[in-house]
Design a protein around this ligand. Structure first.
Ligand code: TEU
Length: 557
């Protein structure tokens, strides 16, 4: 009845290949670079590697704009390099999760090139609309800023792009498009991969007539194209044609999703998806206008965060969670949810404790295991991410701000670029990421924050992750156990139990830089023993007491 699955017991590690490890000195991370670090990942103890897109791409959005789904990006290597990586992972009993980006293609994809020339059979592969070149067909905004429409001079029509103008949206209403997608998915599954992370999956169905969006939400129109009318039909169909025939995991990325909506997609009773990546907790520190609102950002309340996380932990029914705190689209977790100054080590370990004692399949993003921090970007020219740049351009165009200086602090808090600075392997030049010129500047703190130092120090964040992952692998209760929240209103403490049959674990996290008293009434701690803690004398101190800054303790009850 626990419905055991390998992917429920797995810990996933996300690799952003461009910034992971450069094997050939061109300044760009690559596939042989990932292969060179497979042993490293095995030592850390992770089970699954999620590889962000490595397909052929002009890199308008670092690989999320694909021009050929069956080819490897030159900068990353060859298909043979990819096969070597897959084999290296499988030899160590690790698995490979690939990224499936099919809400849109690159405008350089052959389908788009044919479609813009109205070639037979391709006319309808994208969303094309008539209209005068200065009046977009509706008011939808793009996630990358500006309108979601671009006028194409070749076809003399507008095309829809929810993301960058170089990422035209595929028209899933066209059965040929769905056939193409099923066929490329099948092609990769046949190569022996272990699953897909499905990008932007709740946006694939657009409502008939593409009605205008209401004002006040960002981007405009999101309520129209998020969870559109045929989204379940499309995902279920893809599942039946492809995933259901293989022993693979699927995790669907869905911004703008509630627990109730998520349940409709998950499991056999839904669309066959295994897990959903939701964004509710990513909104806790946003201003009233959403993530790119330059006013009112940065403050967040622990009770509100607990309420969100607890709802997902408890109410997903037969569905399975995919807990995460950071990824390639978010700032660094220790800078955002912890303290990247005095308590960097303690707070990074606390975040790890939370993530790896959550119910669901935890996703660790590269660099989290050494407590990598946000970088500093002094001008627009220092940024790479089209979303951040687009958001700033919108603010400048609207006159909300007059210069980069006015948003510098905001960008240094919120940008997707923080996650994309090169992985810090050691304290040599360029943090050991490359022998060449890195494509993106290395964070200055690499002389202190790097893998080599972390591995040499038994008390490091890295070793703490390794131990936590071990504990999780040894304790079914951490994987399958029920979750119950304690002291929901406490502003400093996040405490919960996990229970499975006669096993019970208590997690106490002082999510603050000040001491906090934990005095639960109805928990029997008489026979408790510490499973892991980020303070080494936690055992001697008992459970009911004051907790020190960012102290995290997991006890078996
Ligand atoms: O992101 C999809 C998505 O929902 C975006 O809103 C994204 O989460 C945003 O960065 C949040 O602020 C996926 C990828 O993860 C992202 O890297 C791509 O840029 C995007 O799709 C387009 O493929």
């Amino acid at each position: 009845d626990r419905d055991r699955q390998w992917w429920k017991e797995a810990v996933v590690y996300q690799v952003y290949p461009r910034s992971f490890y450069d094997s050939d000195g061109d300044g760009v991370g690559d596939l042989p670079g990932v292969t060179a670090k497979v042993e490293y990942l095995d030592d850390l103890g992770v089970d699954v590697v999620w590889l962000c897109p490595v397909y052929e791409s002009p890199n308008a959005d670092n690989g999320y704009d694909i021009s050929d789904y069956r080819a490897i990006m030159d900068e990353f290597g060859t298909m043979a390099d990819w096969e070597t990586l897959l084999d290296a992972l499988h030899e160590r009993e690790m698995r490979l999760l690939m990224d499936l980006v099919v809400n849109h293609t690159s405008d350089e994809h052959e389908w788009f090139q044919r479609s813009r020339r109205r070639e037979d059979g391709y006319e309808d592969y994208y969303y094309w609309r008539d209209g005068s070149p200065d009046e977009p067909p509706n008011n939808w905004g793009s996630f990358m800023g500006g309108s979601a429409w671009t006028y194409d001079e070749v076809r003399e029509q507008w095309y829809l792009h929810l993301f960058d103008e170089k990422q035209p949206d595929l028209n899933w209403r066209n059965a040929d498009v769905r056939d193409e997608i099923a066929s490329l998915v099948e092609w990769w599954l046949e190569k022996g991969i272990d699953g897909f992370r499905i990008d932007a999956s709740n946006y694939i169905s657009k409502p008939e007539g593409l009605p205008d969006g209401a004002s006040g939400r960002s981007p405009t129109g999101v309520e129209q194209f998020s969870h559109g009318p045929r989204v379940h039909e499309y995902l279920r169909e893809l599942y039946e044609r492809t995933f259901s025939n293989y022993d693979v995991m699927t995790v669907a990325e869905m911004n703008d999703t509630s627990v109730e909506l998520a349940r409709e997609y998950l499991g056999e009773s839904g669309d066959g998806l295994d897990m959903i990546v939701h964004f509710e907790h990513m909104g806790v520190d946003a201003g009233p206008g959403g993530r790119w609102d330059p006013e009112g950002w940065g403050e967040w309340s622990l009770p509100a965060f607990k309420e969100i996380m607890s709802r997902w932990q408890r109410d997903l029914g037969d569905g399975w969670n995919a807990p995460y705190l950071g990824n390639h689209d978010q700032p660094r977790i220790v800078s955002r949810f912890g303290d990247d100054g005095e308590y960097r080590t303690e707070s990074a370990k606390l975040l790890a404790t939370f993530l790896l004692t959550s119910r669901g399949t935890p996703f660790v993003y590269q660099g989290e295991e050494i407590g990598m921090t946000n970088a500093e970007f002094d001008g627009l020219a220092d940024l790479d991410d089209p979303q951040t740049v687009g958001a700033i351009e919108d603010l400048l165009a609207a006159g909300t701000v007059d210069s980069y200086a006015e948003v510098r602090e905001f960008v240094n808090y919120v940008s997707r670029d923080h996650a994309r600075t090169p992985m810090q392997w050691d304290d040599t030049e360029n943090a050991g990421f490359t022998d060449g010129d890195p494509w993106f500047a290395v964070n200055d703190d690499y002389t202190e924050v790097n893998v080599a130092d972390a591995i040499a120090d038994e008390d490091s964040i890295w070793h703490y992750y390794r131990r936590l992952i071990d504990r999780r692998h040894d304790a079914d209760v951490l994987v399958y156990g029920d979750y119950d929240l304690l002291c929901p209103d406490d502003e400093q403490l996040y405490a919960y139990t996990r229970t499975l049959d006669d096993e019970a674990v208590l997690v106490v996290l002082n999510w603050s830089a000040d001491p906090a008293a934990f005095e639960p009434e109805d928990i029997d701690v008489s026979a408790s023993s510490v499973l892991i803690s980020n303070y080494d004398d936690a055992s001697a101190r008992g459970v009911r007491r004051d907790y020190r800054p960012y102290e995290a303790v997991v006890v078996e009850l």
